[in-house]
Design a protein around this ligand. Structure first.
Ligand code: PLP
Length: 587
């Protein structure tokens, strides 16, 4: 293969609902990114892990208690096995790795191969065979070994598969950061040096692009240095982190702070290895995933130059069938050119409304079939689906049940979302919603759908009337489900955080909950913030959304049109991919 390619590395990639190789937003974004690259004929190849047991099947009992089961899926049904094998040395053992291929075909036929790494081979140790089973599971040792398989094994597998002309390595989040060490090692070897030099570091930085995705500190892995040495240190063909000759350079790439500037040394600050810093130090281009997140990331990681490329979603994937038909009739070529969705303003409002009703009916039928909840197509329906974790505040809507009951018009709410198996507070949140649902019945119909996945996300983001989002700012890096809703003409009612700061025009593309001031003037009182945001949420519902939905339908429809024209035409993966190409890949 002579063509220069972009190698896209991600711990999770979501391509199909029946292939549970993703946990949430990060993996779904990765899938959308790859689809956009295929559409735009960007020469890309993607690398991830197989996740043979998937990111669990979620079951919720009558009280909303979550239990998890491994997902049964047949790898052969989706992927084809590749012949080459590579090895990665972990804790002194040689672990064999194979790859499975999935092909994403773009709108003009351009193909992007996605490789899923797999260590479940008979010649491996029993424990090593499990390394590509579970996404974000188990302990630090397991996860660090997974990162080594992805980063080091991934680079070697690309080479074994003949992808020898990699112009850029795109690290989608820090889980693949160890690939930089493998590249450094190879660079030094090629130059015949026993040890990595500054020249090697410059060469590798030139090749790497790093996208950071979370302003939540716990979202950035940290591993004890002892563990890192235990897993990697024994490799004799490796940049040995203990090697006296290499020690200075090892510090250079691992420490906190820009690589050639003033910085704190990680060895002196708790002896933790933080892949995020490795990625920051060894990438020539670093970005956050929304403008606000770029600012937050610059505050979190002082001394680094951090840009922002706001996320986008893959339009043709996320637009529901009734809306696809509508756009096909009115906006020719919208799949090839998402920008042309700007002309959605000229789609007659009643046709848009009819298409939305069809999408809504499809959702209602699904929900009623699954839950026997008796949802009605005519009632104003709010949707909220995201990872069940504390900062997303899924229960904000239920801060004052009396006020909700007094809304005066029918209201229905549909929830979905998994809590990470180890996130006790997230699991508790789901139970809170079940409690509120019981207290509100039968006046307000609240349902919580189990096992949120790509297909359910498609039904939900197209079929509700208003998409609700209530994170605690500034913790939502971007958020993408509101973009999916926009593409279907579904307005957001959201706290001003992440992408919504860019996408929100009050009363035009949707509605804000509260003001946009919290990143820099934090009240530092979550309870006060919560009370204020809940009040703002009720105010908006009572004074604007409910009256418009039931009494001024044209105004509501006008907002729907602007969602598509202003936000669908911009917050799509095509625009995002173009920005990566122009700013990060072929710079
Ligand atoms: C889009 C999507 C997400 C991410 O949504 P956010 O708004 O970023 O929370 C998570 N899970 C699934 C299945 C999705 O489709």
């Amino acid at each position: 293969m002579d063509e220069q390619q972009i190698a896209y590395f991600s711990m999770e990639i979501g391509l199909e609902a029946a292939m549970p190789t993703y946990a949430g937003g990060l993996g779904v974004l990765a899938g959308d990114t790859i689809r956009a690259a295929a559409d735009l004929q960007v020469p890309m190849v993607a690398m991830t892990l197989l996740h043979r047991h998937g990111y669990f099947y979620q079951h919720l009992d009558d009280a909303g208690r979550q239990t998890e089961a491994p997902v049964q899926w047949d790898v052969d049904d989706f992927l084809s096995e590749m012949t080459p094998r590579v090895t990665v040395t972990l804790e002194g053992r040689s672990v064999n790795v194979r790859a499975w291929r999935y092909t994403v075909r773009g709108i003009g036929g351009h193909e992007v191969p996605v490789y899923f790494l797999d260590t479940d081979l008979a010649e491996n140790d029993a424990w090593d065979r499990t390394l590509t089973d579970s996404l974000y599971g188990n302990d630090a040792r397991y996860r660090f070994c997974q990162e080594a398989v992805l980063g080091i094994g991934g680079v070697r597998m690309l080479q074994a598969l003949g992808h020898n002309q990699i112009a850029r390595y795109h690290l989608n989040e820090g889980h693949s950061a160890l690939l930089t060490l493998e590249l450094l090692d190879q660079e030094a070897k090629r130059a015949g040096r026993p040890c990595v030099s500054r020249d090697d570091i410059h060469a590798i930085r030139h090749k790497c692009v790093f996208t950071t995705h979370t302003p939540v500190p716990a979202g950035h892995d940290q591993f004890p240095m002892e563990l890192v040495k235990q897993v990697l240190g024994a490799r004799e063909d490796y940049l040995d982190l203990k090697d006296v000759y290499c020690a200075d350079l090892a510090r250079l790439v691992l420490r906190q702070g820009a690589p050639f500037g003033e910085s704190k040394n990680l060895y002196e600050s708790g002896d933790l290895f933080n892949p995020t810093y490795l990625a920051l130090n060894l990438s020539h281009y670093v970005n956050g995933v929304a403008k606000k997140h770029g600012e937050v990331a610059r505050m979190m990681f002082g001394g680094y130059h951090i840009e922002a490329i706001t996320n986008g979603v893959h339009a043709a994937t996320w637009v529901a069938p009734p809306l696809q038909e509508l756009y096909d009739r009115h906006i020719s070529g919208w799949r090839q050119d998402n920008f042309s969705l700007r002309s959605a303003l000229s789609i007659p409002a009643d046709e848009l409304w009819q298409a939305h009703q069809r999408a809504k009916k499809a959702l209602m039928q699904y929900v009623n079939h699954e839950t026997n909840a008796g949802l009605e197509v005519d009632a104003l329906t709010l949707g909220f689906a995201r990872r069940a974790t504390e900062y997303k505040r899924a229960d904000l809507l239920f801060a004052d049940l009396e006020r909700l009951r007094a809304m005066g018009h029918p209201l229905q709410v549909i929830y979905a979302g998994k809590a990470h198996p180890q996130d006790a507070k997230g699991k508790e949140l789901i139970q809170q919603i079940f409690k509120a649902a019981a207290a509100l019945r039968p006046l307000i119909n609240v349902v919580y759908l189990q096992n949120y996945d790509l297909e359910l996300a498609k039904l939900l983001t197209a079929g509700v009337d208003v998409w609700l989002n209530t994170p605690q700012p500034p913790l939502e890096a971007s958020g993408t489900s509101g973009m999916k809703a926009s593409l279907n003409g579904v307005p957001s009612l959201s706290v001003l955080d992440g992408w919504w700061i860019e996408g929100h025009i009050e009363g035009v593309t949707g509605w804000a909950i509260g003001e946009n001031h919290r990143a820099f003037e934090k009240k530092n009182d979550e309870q006060l913030d919560r009370r204020d945001d809940a009040n703002a949420l009720y105010d908006k519902l009572e004074r604007v959304i409910v009256p418009q939905f039931y009494g001024q339908r044209e105004r509501f429809q006008n907002v729907m049109q602007h969602c598509i024209a202003l936000n669908g035409s911009f917050f799509n993966a095509q625009r995002m991919m173009m920005q990566y190409v122009l700013n990060a890949y072929f710079l």
